[in-house]
Design a protein around this ligand. Sequence first.
Ligand code: GYE
Length: 321
Amino acid sequence: MLKKITTVASVVLLSALTACGSGGGAETGSTGGTITMGFAQVGAESGWRTANTKSIQDEAKTAGIDLKFSDAQQKQENQIKAIRSYIQQKVSVIAFSPVVETGWDTVLLEAKRANIPVILTDRSIDSDDTSLYKTFLGSDFVEEGRKAGDWLVANASGPTNVVELQGTTGAAPAIDRKKGFEEKIASKPDIKVVASQTGDFTRSGGKQVMEAFLKSQPKIDVVYAHNDDMGLGAIEAIKAAGKVPGKDIKIITVDAVKDGMQALANGEINFIVECNPLLGKQLMELAKKVVAGEQVPERVVTEEGTFTQEQAKTVLPQRQY
Ligand code: GYE
């Protein structure tokens, strides 16, 4: 209840700020002047998200783009409200990271009718109408899942029971990371996913679900967590159950944020697939082009790698996030 009130209040506040802001002068759009970007962020659910938000805020400043930023607390209805408020404010461009894949057509059609270009960043949407957005900048999540699966296929010996900690239900990275992983382990019938549940991409969610798995599953060999934070939560649950993470139960995660890399270097995680959150610079470049009416590629894929425990030890001191 409290959360709800805060959210509504912040949306109202957002509109109030708008009313003052629009008197301030800077005209936007392709006619020149300052570009205003409305950014509807998913939330602050993970280390990845924190780094992503910082990158967007820093790079907007560097690019001289006036950023209006909102945090939807992982709720689609909050993101829709924020997008509507950006349309009302007549921003030059709207960018957002859709919390789930479906249910965006109505609000994006409103943006299109208002002639405000939309950029998808980090996560994509599932819609037949690709005219609703100009471009999608972000990772290939299916490929990330495949990399996790490849590592397990190469490193598993004998019957291997896997428990999966899924990301937010309906979110592109949760759907795709599951898919890519399953595709790869299908080649080894010895590897079985014995339980799979969402931990909502949070540390507390990962811990809770892992506690339940440890009680209900007689034999767990591997945890596949769709992000570092859930893997870190699982580590706590494994330790509390008197087992050794990284040894008794192997852990594979996705992201490679600092806390995850630290756990990898310490031997508590076994393998991390990288997902780069530093999308701010490319996003601002795309925004400038889109507002100027220039052509942009439909899809911009982020390049990323993977890390073993040894590699984590080497790169950890230079990690930015
Ligand atoms: O992996 C996870 C975050 O959408 C790629 O969202 C992003 C994911 C990231 O909560 O940590």
